[in-house]
Design a protein around this ligand. Structure first.
Ligand code: ADP
Length: 715
């Protein structure tokens, strides 16, 4: 035993024996130290080595328990990571976990200050170590010796001995064992941590390289593959690294890209860096576009190698190809412009649209193309360049371009950003809208002209309406005056006529003495003139009443047959005198008609008396018919007829046909005019058909709906 129990030290031991023992003890310590040192030279399982060392330390020192505590990264808690217990001492490692520093402040202060904790008797502990004391007592600890442990110069834990059997004074050897063990274990831990770190970072790198999407390869002498990441190789090109390693990379490069690859790799070897876009053959034979970036480095053997990172750019290439075809085949002129405003490329439509060869635009600043673009466009360019960083492009603009022929065309210009060969460019698309503009201009001009015309017409119409209004006002006024005049004058005019007619009759009847033949002639003249005048006044009055809306019909249902009989007998003297036949058709049965009986009689009498008047011989026929809607009346004669040229006069007021015969018969030229108005007042219409020298037929209708009105009124 290398510790000396107090009792033993106190004097029962022989001095020589003691010295011998000391020499022996130190040699054991040295053996231990060389064992522990050799143990940690090669770190195979550091945990196992620590456990073996703790065991040796325990046996050597006679301690009840030997232990190693390590701190967590945050230096807040400690864990008992390894322990050795003498026989009969129960292990504590399970419970001595996650012990917070703050619970053992005195203890931690010692360790962090690099002090050795040497407690022979727990009662020696100061007050501030109260908690530590209780904690140790609970474990049955009597004496403690603890050494701080450093890893990479930082306090990382401690290593210690407990004696649970009795309080002891720790020997110098114990101190030495503990000090050296703590140093060796500290160093071993340090190395282990570094190795772990290295292992992790190597693992990380390996994982990164293996899982990276890009191909990562090392090209050595004669362009031979020395390394290539397996996963990407399989995914991108279908090969395994075995099929690749040791072969020249040129074996896999497209024949057309071979020269380019050789040149690039050779230059790369010289200048240290390279970038190249080439096609590489897939295991299945198809070609895949790759962008390869390389960096040369010198390997352990001193040879120059190239680390090549190759990215599959087939999507980009096909997009570029697609764009190229769209670009070339676009119906619009397209400029590709860099951020300096320089035209990098122009499609063939630019020639069609502007008349200039695309070379005339290429490598020119867009703002310098003043021969075709106006100031307005330059402003747009400025806005585009300014916005190109925010992508908030200005709205398309429409403007005129002076093309090579000197003509002006209209275009709409819109700008957008595109990626070309990894460069961001501004795309200007010019669409020819000349035809559309022309159309718009024509429409605009047409609209303007139309507007002027409409305004002109509206004014004319307004003037005309104004004029008409004045005229109508005048008519209304004059019509009112006329009506008023007629109403008041009718009495005044008709009274003397009645007197004249009455007195003439009396004179003709010989009431005042017999008249000679000449007197009778005069009297007859006076009478017929007065009757003519009377008729005229009556007609004029009726027409004016109709015109001023004052003539109201009194619709009644009456028996047409009896009405026709009355008319026939009234007219009999006239047609009999001329030996004319009078026939009525369609009235074999009783027929009822709804109309104003007085006015209806007037209509028929007017037409029939005209027929008699203008017929020299032959026949007058009154025909009655009815259809679903109307009663239809026809008055037919075999009279003088009416010439076509006179047709327009027939219904006009005061108009008579200019002929000797017409002049010879009495008439006012108002009869048909009034008749027409009266028929229309009933809702009907009148028309005629006539052949000069053959005869005339006047046809009119009275709507049956009047019947409804009658009934309604009657109800
Ligand atoms: P009036 O009979 O008083 O002359 P109307 O207005 O009744 O006036 O007729 C106008 C003119 O139409 C007549 O003067 C006559 O020239 C022509 N006219 C009317 N009815 C007939 C007819 N049945 N046959 C030939 N001419 C007619």
């Amino acid at each position: 035993m290398i510790y000396k129990e107090n009792e033993i030290v106190k004097g029962t031991v022989d001095e020589i024996k003691e010295k011998e023992k000391t020499v022996k003890d130190w040699s054991i310590v040295e053996t231990y130290i060389s064992t522990i040192s050799s143990r940690f030279v090669v770190n195979i399982d550091i945990g196992e080595d620590i456990n073996a060392s703790l065991r040796d330390m325990g046996i050597l020192s006679g301690a009840s328990r030997v232990y190693l505590f390590l701190f967590d990264k945050e230096q807040k808690v400690m864990n008992n990571t390894h322990e050795w217990c003498a026989e009969g001492i129960s292990p504590q490692i399970q419970i001595l976990q996650n012990l917070e520093f703050k619970m053992f402040s005195w203890w931690m202060k010692q360790i962090e200050s690099g002090n050795i904790i040497n407690i022979s008797n727990l009662s020696d502990l100061p007050d501030e170590a109260k908690h530590t004391k209780e904690f140790l007592e609970l474990q049955g600890v009597k004496s403690v010796l603890v050494y701080p442990l450093y890893v990479k110069g930082v306090s990382a834990g401690f290593i210690g001995f407990n004696n649970n059997l009795t309080t002891i004074k720790w020997s110098e050897e114990a101190f030495t064992i503990l000090r050296i063990s703590s140093q060796i274990i500290g160093k071993a831990l340090e190395r282990d941590i570094i190795e772990q770190m290295l292992k992790t970072s190597e693992e990380k790198q390996r994982l990164i390289i293996e899982n990276i999407y890009d191909l990562i390869s090392i090209i050595g002498l004669h362009f031979k593959f020395e390394y290539i990441n397996e996963n990407s190789l399989k995914n991108l090109l279908g090969y395994t690294s075995k099929e690749i390693i040791g072969r020249s990379c040129l074996d896999f490069v497209h024949p057309k890209d071979k020269d380019k690859t050789i040149e690039s790799l050779t230059t790369g070897f010289r200048i240290g860096i390279l970038t190249i876009e080439i096609r590489i053959r897939h295991k299945e034979g198809n070609w895949i576009w790759f962008e390869c970036r390389g960096q040369t480095f010198t390997n352990k053997e001193g040879a120059t190698n190239t680390l090549l990172i190759s990215r599959d750019i087939s999507d980009r290439k096909s997009a570029e190809k697609r764009y190229k075809s769209l670009f070339e085949n676009s119906p619009n002129a397209i400029f590709l412009i860099n951020f300096k405003g320089m035209v990098i490329d122009a499609n063939s439509t630019t020639k069609k649209l502007f008349g200039y060869e695309k070379e005339e635009f290429k490598d020119k600043l867009i703002s310098n193309l003043t021969n075709i673009f106006t100031q307005e466009v330059k402003h747009f360019f400025k806005l585009v360049f300014r916005a190109s960083f925010s992508k908030d492009f200005p709205k398309p603009i429409e403007f005129q371009v002076k093309i090579k022929s000197g003509d002006l065309i209209w275009v709409i210009l819109q700008a957008s950003l595109i990626k070309q060969n990894k460069k961001t460019l501004i795309q200007f698309i010019f669409q020819d809208i000349t035809e559309k503009k022309k159309g718009e201009l024509i429409t605009k001009k047409f609209k303007e002209e139309l507007e002027v015309e409409v305004q002109k017409r509206t004014k004319e119409l307004n003037d005309a309406l104004e004029q008409q209004k004045l005229y109508l006002d005048q008519i209304v006024i004059s019509s009112q005056i006329k009506t008023q005049f007629m109403a008041t004058m009718s009495h005044e005019l008709r009274t003397p006529l009645n007197a004249i007619i009455g007195f003439t009759d009396l004179l003709l009847e010989g009431v005042y003495g017999e008249l000679n033949e000449e007197q009778i002639d005069f009297m007859n003249d006076i009478k017929s003139s007065a009757e003519h005048q009377f008729d005229m006044i009556k007609h004029i009055l009726d027409i004016s009443k109709i015109e001023s809306g004052q003539l109201n019909l009194n619709i009644q249902k009456f028996l047409l047959n009896s009405m026709v009989e009355q008319i026939k007998s009234t007219l009999k003297p006239l047609y009999s005198k001329k030996n004319l036949e009078f026939e009525v058709k369609g009235l074999d049965e009783e027929k009822f008609v709804s109309a104003d009986p007085i006015r209806f009689k007037e209509i028929l009498i007017n037409l029939l008396s005209n027929a008699i008047k203008f017929t020299l011989d032959g026949k007058i026929t009154l025909i009655f018919k009815g259809d679903y809607y109307n009663w239809i009346f026809k008055v037919r004669d075999t009279g003088i007829g009416i010439a076509n040229k006179d047709f327009p006069l027939i219904f006009k007021e005061f108009q008579r046909v200019e002929s000797t015969f017409v002049r010879s018969v009495p008439g006012t030229g108002l009869g048909l005019s009034l008749t027409k108005r009266l028929i229309e007042l009933h809702g009907g219409e009148i028309s005629f058909f006539s052949v000069l020298g053959v005869g005339s037929t006047f046809t009119f209708n009275i709507p049956k709906e009047l019947e409804g009105k009658t009934k309604l009124e009657n109800n």
